[in-house]
Design a protein around this ligand. Structure first.
Ligand code: ADP
Ligand code: MG
Ligand code: MG
Length: 894
């Protein structure tokens, strides 16, 4: 088995061998192979790491021979000798996992120095100060990483640093590089004493002992606390292991014509094609990131080291041409000679990801498909959300942090109730609705608000769901805040704000600020709404480009969940091709309708109920006319009434009294009826199709409104080819569906006869309880389409209420019981299996069964990928997520 891979004059590896060589090793090999100035060295593979942990921290037998051979090869190329007192070779021993884990594992520089070789280094460099600087750095790193001389705890000072600081202080010096050779030599003695005192061992003088100590420590650092935590965070498997890279040292600390730095081939924040990075002269590796001295911007190098800057520019374009992605690379200059020490694909913001992908395609560096695959679909959001003015945010006072639940920036006056939000909004003020938690009653208030802040509930709470649906900025679970509804105050960390005071929330980061922060609509939005010209917004052009590319490649159609013409319109602007879910209940909250709705619910018999429904019919019809007009010839799926009726009834005593007065009913009667409608577990109670079966007149009214609206928009000056798709919710038995279907078809016939038109419509069901999925073959006898309602399907499959998972969710996440929040990303192995079963069996009964998904998951890229593989025809997500879904659907198809 080959365990050691050389790079340099002889190169055994390449960029594709990340699994074996780690990212750093693979790219060092690749750079060496294409002739970039990489100091020679070799990589010990990740297989040795696995062996190391499986054999109580020992190595394969052949390894020491292989390492000696590889060292010889490096010696030849450098013209130096490892451990030689005259002409010593020094090496670095560097960690490097398959995916970069920046700074999590250990690296040791200047290895090979001892009391003799330090003299040799001093002689050949003619620079004793430099030699002793390298030695003290080496002892410091080795003492820390290999011999374990470390700070006792997080608060106490790192012991080597303490000695260095003492020394500087007693000499009245400020910077490390002001110490003379003699002073550094003295420091080395003190370091060695410290090691002896702390460990009882001498600092090793044998260079091969040093080398194996370092190799063991780097492999060992794969399992240090930091690395483990990082792996958990980013889902990196513990089995991967790290490689160890051993590389000839080059010296950025050899004088003022030397230096070290980190550079990005493009700006990782904005994506702009400018050289980006920083460097330090007369410094070694870690100094740049460690903040010992403040580095200079890379542009300053053009003056300070013009020849090296020109070389670096060449490397920059070479790296991009070769790796075909934005690179983040490390370099060192030794006495005017440039060396490259590492390169990797640079981490970047969402905006930068998009800009870089589009521009690299324009530059013919990558093709369209590659470009699309390089953009995390979520990053499209960064082009769409309103933003805070950055300068203003910086000076604003931070109150606390909550869960970022709806991205973007919002600022406005505090309102503690939905009613107050409406009052403020009507005055033309911007409002942030601040609640302990929200209920469906608050919807109207949310509509009137710029943003929503809650102190309880998670990112999948009602508030967050509705906020995302509406594209509102939202922060949930800001637990440090206490709201006092009586006093109308909000308090956190000694700051108290009153109703009407300004507050600002950044839903992208979860930060809550005191006062007003200026914000602006996204440019994309302004162009789509016609208040900005497309040619004036580069952001819009980027957006447009990736959307066009996405549409070319995707197979899935993208619909939207929208309840109002305005929502539908904005979704169409974003590219929605239909409505996949119109929740009719939301329509009943508007204006004074809620009272008519309440009258209908409080009715004691069918006769009274029909009376009340008569008043609701024209309003519903008008809603659907508006919706159909907004959607034009695109299909519209309308779900019949779904929520338990008590959700429409007032909780507040005063409102109950008003309602009783308005309807001319005794207050006790109203209270009794509300009591009678109470359910222990409304989520599993009288809701969905059960409502329509119990009160067929509700289904009749809704069907009549839909078909009459359809008939209306089919005629007139601008006729529309409507395609209503009527969806029966919460079906588990085919008989349930048959019951409702009969009503819908009867009403359809009546309306078509009366109006003398033929309306092309479909009737189908939402698959949202396991029984529907399990009996999909039977359900498909009745249903012309299935739409997976994965919110409820997840709740019912997991036996878990999404509003009540707060208590254990953190614990579950920490123990990795749920790999992801099952309400945010589809539980493919559980819920997904049910979906697969329903698709297979549904199609067996009905070959042309139309299949889609309308749960929140329809906006999640990972879930979209799954839906593509399932063979669904469309996904239906909230309007602001439509662009993300377009890109994600393309990526699924590539
Ligand atoms: P990390 O993965 O934490 O960045 P590295 O292995 O890249 O650790 O090394 C840390 C620092 O040491 C980097 O700045 C790197 O450029 C520098 N370095 C590593 N090897 C050498 C070398 N052979 N010569 C000079 N500097 C080196
Ligand atoms: Mg590095
Ligand atoms: Mg449902």
């Amino acid at each position: 088995n080959k365990f050691v891979f050389n790079f340099g004059r002889q190169t055994d590896g390449n960029a594709t061998m990340r699994e074996l060589l780690g990212g750093k090793g693979a790219n060092l090999a690749e750079m060496a192979a294409i002739g970039l100035p990489v100091p020679p060295g070799f990589t010990i593979s990740t297989e040795v790491c696995t062996y190391f942990y499986e054999h109580s921290r020992s190595y394969p037998k052949t390894l020491s021979k292989d390492v000696e051979k590889a060292i010889k090869l490096v010696e030849d190329q450098m013209g130096r000798e490892f451990g030689s007192r005259d002409n010593p070779l020094l090496v670095s021993v560097r960690s490097g996992a398959r995916d970069s884990m920046p700074g999590m594992m250990d690296t040791i520089l200047n290895l090979g120095l001892n009391d003799e070789t330090v003299q040799g280094l001093s002689n050949i460099s003619g620079n004793p100060r430099f030699a002793w600087d390298c030695y003290r750095r080496f002892i410091q790193m080795y003492g820390d990483v290999v011999m374990g001389v470390q700070a006792a705890n997080d608060e106490s000072e790192e012991p080597f640093h303490a000695l260095l600081d003492d020394m500087k202080k007693s000499l009245g010096k400020e910077l490390d590089n002001e110490l003379t050779a003699e002073e550094l030599q003295e420091l080395v003695s003190r370091y060695k004493l410290l090691i002896k005192k702390e460990t009882g061992d001498e600092f090793p003088q044998d260079v091969f002992q040093q080398l194996w100590g370092a190799i063991g420590a780097v492999f060992g650092s794969w399992k240090n606390d930091r690395a483990i935590l990082y792996r958990q965070q980013y889902g990196i498997p513990a089995e991967w292991g790290t490689a160890v890279n051993i590389q000839a040292m080059v010296f950025g600390n050899a004088g003022d014509d030397s230096g070290t730095g980190v550079a990005f081939t493009r700006d990782p924040a904005s994506g702009e094609k400018v050289f980006y990075g920083e460097y330090l002269t007369n410094a070694q590796g870690e100094d740049v990131v460690a903040g010992v001295r403040t580095p200079k911007p890379i542009s300053a190098m053009a003056q300070e080291l013009p020849k090296n800057f020109a070389d670096l520019e060449k490397v920059r374009s070479r790296l991009e041409k070769h790796f075909k992605d934005m690179q983040d690379f490390e370099f060192t200059i030794e006495n005017g000679r440039l060396f490259i020490l590492q390169t990797r694909n640079g981490k970047r913001t969402g905006l930068a990801a998009i800009r870089i992908a589009v521009e690299m395609n324009k530059e013919k560096l990558i093709d369209q498909k590659t470009a699309l695959l390089k953009i995390p679909a979520e990053s499209v959001d960064t082009l769409l959300v309103p933003v805070f003015d950055l300068k203003a945010q910086k000076v604003a006072e931070l109150i606390c942090k909550g869960l970022p639940a709806g991205p973007g920036a919002a600022t406005g006056r505090i309102a503690f109730t939905a009613a107050q939000a409406e009052i403020e909004a009507r005055k033309g003020n911007k409002v942030i609705l601040c609640r302990s938690e929200t209920s469906p009653d608050d919807l109207k208030g949310m509509l009137h608000s710029q943003g929503i802040l809650t102190t309880r509930g998670g990112v999948s709470s009602h508030a967050a769901l509705v906020a995302r649906q509406l594209g509102k900025v939202c922060i949930c679970g800001a637990g440090d805040i206490t709201i006092n509804y009586e006093k109308k105050t909000l308090t956190a960390h000694g700051i108290t704000l009153k109703e009407g005071d300004y507050i600002s929330i950044n839903g992208t980061t979860g930060s809550v600020y005191k006062g007003l922060i200026e914000s602006a609509d996204s440019e994309v939005k302004r162009v789509l709404e016609g208040t900005m010209k497309p040619e004036d917004s580069y952001t819009y052009q980027l957006f447009q480009t990736i959307m066009e590319w996405s549409d070319k490649h995707r197979k899935l159609r993208i619909r939207t969940n929208a309840d109002t013409p305005a929502m539908a319109q904005s979704a169409v602007q974003f590219g929605a091709e239909g409505i996949g879910l119109c929740r009719t209940e939301h329509m009943f909250f508007e204006g004074s309708r809620i009272d008519d709705m309440r009258q209908m619910i409080l009715a004691i018999d069918g006769v009274q109920r029909r009376e009340a429904l008569k008043k609701l019919l024209p309003m519903q019809r008008k809603d659907f006319v508006g919706l159909f007009r907004a959607m034009g010839d695109r299909p519209v799926t309308i779900r019949l009434l779904d929520p338990p009726l008590h959700e429409f009834l007032p909780q507040d005593d005063a409102v109950r009294r008003q309602l009783a007065d308005k309807l001319g009913l005794p207050l006790e009667f109203v209270i009794d009826r509300i009591k009678a409608l109470h359910e222990e577990n409304p989520m599993l109670g009288c809701r969905g199709c059960r409502l329509g079966i119990l009160y067929p007149e509700i289904t009749e009214m809704q069907a009549q409104a839909i078909f009459e609206a359809a008939a209306e928009v089919m005629g007139g000056k601008n006729p529309i080819k409507v395609q209503p798709e009527i969806m029966i919710p919460l079906v588990g038995f085919k008989a349930e569906l048959a019951d409702q279907l009969a009503i819908v078809r009867r009403i359809a016939d009546e309306v078509m006869n009366k109006k003398g038109v033929k309306i092309k419509y479909m009737v189908g069901t939402m698959v949202e309880v396991p029984r529907a999925a399990i009996t999909a073959d039977e359900i498909a006898e009745q249903a012309e389409f299935f739409s997976f309602g994965t919110n409820d399907l997840t709740q019912t499959t997991l036996g878990l209420s999404r509003d009540d998972m707060g208590m254990f969710y953190d614990e579950y996440q920490q123990k990795e019981i749920y790999s992801k929040n099952p309400f945010a990303s589809l539980d493919k192995t559980g819920v997904g299996k049910l979906m697969q079963f329903a698709v297979d069996n549904g199609l067996r009964t009905r070959k042309d069964l139309k299949l889609g998904i309308c749960g929140e998951h329809a906006g999640d890229p990972d879930s979209i990928d799954f839906c593509h593989k399932l063979g669904l025809q469309y996904v239906s997500c909230s309007p602001p997520r439509v662009p993300i879904a377009r890109l994600a659907a393309a990526q699924a198809a590539l």
